[in-house]
Design a protein around this ligand. Structure first.
Ligand SMILES: O=C(CO)[C@@H](O)[C@H](O)COP(=O)(O)O
Length: 243
């Protein structure tokens, strides 16, 4: 699905700061700074303490931030109850919305609901979930979100990226291309860092969820870290294009 320029998302490799990685006491300032730096959108993680073991950001916080910024919201549900959260996020005004295939027996129904609301739908997969789950979603989705860690915590608290991250991203790119679904973007989430992002882009990732190992890395400013991410993303894309 090509949403075109009205989707609000701009560049080829997108860098999407993960809101749960910003200092909760400075979240609004961080959003303002990120907007001034020209990021492509904000990644909005919603965890419910049930499907995923933490509760870092609530719907009301998302609603308040929505009023404060014109940046597109790229929402990622890691929840058990899709009826409540999909309705709430559509009401908040997000531009993209994905949910986990593992948590939903009626995937196609929710993709249609999201699409009918004029929002770009996506399906998210936990690390060990096979890509075959995407087979009959391809006509409906704008993106596939590949989690490269198990849903739960941003970097300071959680586990390492899975060792097969690059292999899964490359396999997903092939899976999509072989089915004529090259327009479906691959978004990657979980420990995307300065050390691995060029490789992951070279393997086929189009959208990078930027967290504690890159954009919010404590050693640099947001501006410096973003510039470094952009350089590495461009290097990875060149490698992908050069084959
Ligand atoms: O979604 C989650 C955890 O469930 C996180 O992966 C954040 O979205 C990004 O944080 P880093 O792993 O990049 O620190």
């Amino acid at each position: 699905m090509d949403l075109g320029p009205e989707s609000g998302f701009l560049s080829q490799i997108e860098i999407l700061p993960s809101l749960i990685c910003a200092d909760p006491n400075r979240r609004l300032e961080a959003v303002r700074e990120l907007e001034s730096l020209g990021v492509d959108g904000l990644h909005v993680d919603i965890l419910d303490g049930h499907f995923s073991p933490s509760l870092p950001l609530g719907i009301e916080a998302v609603r308040q931030l929505r009023r404060e910024t014109g940046l597109p919201f790229d929402a990622h549900l890691m929840v058990a109850d899709h009826a409540y959260f999909i309705d709430a996020l559509l009401d908040c005004g997000v531009q993209r919305l994905c949910f986990h295939a593992e948590a939903e027996p009626h995937i196609d129904r929710w993709l249609q609901t999201i699409q009918a609301a004029g929002v770009a739908p996506g399906v998210a997969l936990k690390p060990a979930t096979p890509l075959s789950v995407l087979e009959y979603c391809l006509e409906r989705i704008d993106f596939a979100l590949l989690m490269l860690i198990n849903p739960g915590f941003a970097g300071h608290k959680g586990e390492a990226q899975v060792p097969y991250a690059r292999r899964k991203v490359a396999a997903c790119r092939r899976f999509l291309d072989e089915r004529g679904a090259g327009h479906v973007a691959i978004e990657i989430d979980g420990r995307v860092g300065f050390d691995n992002l060029a490789d992951l882009v070279a393997a086929g990732a189009d959208r990078l969820v930027a967290g504690t190992r890159s954009l919010f890395h404590p050693k640099g400013s947001l501006a410096d870290n973003l510039a470094r991410m952009r350089r590495l993303a461009a290097e990875g894309l060149k490698r992908r294009k050069d084959g």
